[in-house]
Design a binder for this molecule. Sequence first.
Ligand SMILES: Cc1cc2nc3c(=O)[nH]c(=O)nc-3n(C[C@H](O)[C@H](O)[C@H](O)COP(=O)(O)O)c2cc1C
Length: 332
Amino acid sequence: MFRIGDLTIENPLVLAPMEDVSNLAFRLIAKRIGGPGLMFTEFVSAMAIHYGASKTLRKMRVHPDERPLAIQIFGGDPDIMAETALIAQDMGADVLDVNMGCWVPKVCKTGSGAALLKDPDLAERIVAKLATTVRIPVTVKVRAGWDYSMFAAPELAKRFEGAGAKMITLHARFARQGFDGQADWKLIRDLRAAVTVPLIGNGDVKTPEDALRMLSETGCDGVMVGRAAISNPWALARIKAALVGEPQPNLPTLGDRVRTALEHIERMIELESESEDGELRACRALRGQIPLYIKGEQGAAQARERLTHCSTLEEYRSVLEGFAAATPTHPS
Ligand SMILES: Cc1cc2nc3c(=O)[nH]c(=O)nc-3n(C[C@H](O)[C@H](O)[C@H](O)COP(=O)(O)O)c2cc1C
């Protein structure tokens, strides 16, 4: 348990913001099965909201069952970000998170995301502006710095705390690294000494053992999990059980995986229901994720390949249920 301002987070597992993954469909499943104490939306462009992009606005929809929820925004202009922050608050966000970790050129060249790590004055002004604009707590997700030449996070985090930030998350890599190499958890430990607000550690946590080790080696208050949770909410359930000292839950059966994959598709279609070709959009968007639900099952290679071409719920259903029916059941 930890607190972000006045908000109590019931357990230390945090679901990461992931573009094109951490949408409402995914989050509702992650919450029900994995039970993280806090979840993040994928990042939302403040500039897109400013220009009235309805597709971007839909990314900020909040369902009561998924709270507490952090809506993450990105941008480089304090006033434009403040507009979006107010909308996020009105839409039901419990926390407003600022992205200062995204390293991809399309984001950084607008002065947003990890580019802010190179402009501490602007980064601090953004935090100060947001903290005085919204009632909900403002938090920041950073990387260690832009490149290896400077571990910028401690100095930045101190300034953010002074400007009103109520929690810091560190993805323990430098921006220039992208996803290369291993996350260096020593950076989390070093940042711990610099701030008094809750610190969430992030990077390469895949198992319950990883999560416990991150907590004990770094002194962080919470553990954020990203990639390990994609198409695998049961990984969250196992990590959460370890973090709160409960027995490990059973592994999912193939039937559980197939049912959950189908639920994921149905929920995505519902999310896209405002578009005329919503089913197609939803099915296409999930072509990378649905095959992962059966990854590791014996003989799944062919079915996984077929799943990367599905365009309707019925096509997905036929491949997934066909695979399950043809796979001998074994005790879990
Ligand atoms: C597909 C994908 C999309 C991501 N999108 C975001 C994002 O929108 N905002 C953000 O702060 N981080 C984003 N990240 C980074 C993750 O939140 C997290 O910091 C990173 O994946 C490291 O954690 P992990 O090793 O548990 O995956 C993304 C990562 C992935 C894999």
